[in-house]
Design a protein around this ligand. Structure first.
Ligand code: SAM
Length: 247
């Protein structure tokens, strides 16, 4: 799987050289290229922004450097060679919200390209123009505003990248996670069994797998109801009851 990121702050993406994603890159499980948008400008000042038409505060990212960079990346896309379109992810607080389900969907793609906006965002015509070569998806990290798309890209690349087979050592750990079955994960504990007068729930020391599974499911439900009641409302009860019967 290949990721390309275009940004005016390529150094911002340096953490993607670390930890599991960094290791996956070294091992060739994923390819990640970071491009400096200013390298695609044609003027002496390497200008990437200008004042907004219609007035208002802030600056808007000019279309031409984006067209140059995205056009160049699309031409060399491995997805295009397969007769598919690469996916252009445009981080934006005005996009669809990024979720675990979306991370799974995007992990199936061959080539993801991320366009990191700054200032008031990218000239809207770039998104329309890019539709010829890309499947364009404006995506939000959540209902708040960041200064730029880079932090959103760090989060999305990590969430998607860890779903690529081989990136996380034990694939089992991807199954029993928050959001994998629509619920939050149960509380977890490690040694010592008594710490500062606080005991690990006894059932977890019992070795009884049935009871442990029941305890965990119950705590998943309790925690989700307390912290994220919206997730309980969204549960597909029929699927959930089937899974319950099988445990
Ligand atoms: N004027 C824009 C608006 O109100 O929708 C916000 C621009 S923001 C200051 C600059 C850039 O940060 C955006 O173009 C986007 O790339 C990124 N950004 C900000 N908040 C984000 C979020 N919640 N999710 C993803 N990207 C975000």
């Amino acid at each position: 799987m290949r990721f390309d990121v275009v940004s005016i702050f390529p150094e911002y993406l340096a953490p993607l050289e670390l930890s599991l994603i960094g290791k996956a890159r070294t091992e060739g499980l994923l390819e990640l290229n970071v491009h400096d948008l200013r390298a695609y400008t044609a003027d002496r000042h390497r200008t990437v922004d200008d004042t907004p038409y219609g007035g208002g505060a802030g600056m808007v990212m000019k279309p031409e450097p984006w067209a140059q960079s995205l056009g160049d990346i699309a031409e060399k896309s491995p997805a295009t060679a397969d007769g598919r379109k690469p996916v252009l992810i445009v981080p934006s607080p005005a996009g669809e919200v990024f979720t675990q389900a979306l991370a799974y969907e995007l992990a199936e793609e061959e080539h993801l390209v991320f366009a990191c906006g700054r200032y008031e965002g990218i000239d809207e015509r770039v998104l329309e123009w890019a539709g010829d070569q890309y499947t364009v998806r404006p995506i939000s990290l959540g209902d708040y505003v960041l200064n730029g798309g880079e932090v959103a890209v760090l989060a999305m690349v990590e969430a998607i990248g860890r779903l690529i087979p081989g990136v996380v050592g034990n694939p089992e750990s991807l199954v029993e996670e928050s959001h994998s079955d629509g619920l939050l994960e149960y509380p977890v504990y490690t040694k010592p069994s008594v710490w500062r007068d606080r005991e690990v729930p006894e059932v977890l020391l019992s070795g009884n797998h049935g009871k442990i599974a029941k305890f965990r499911k119950e705590h998943q439900l309790r925690r989700t109801a307390a912290r994220r009641p919206d997730l309980i409302d969204a549960l597909d009860v029929s699927t959930f009851s089937k899974a319950e019967k099988n445990t």
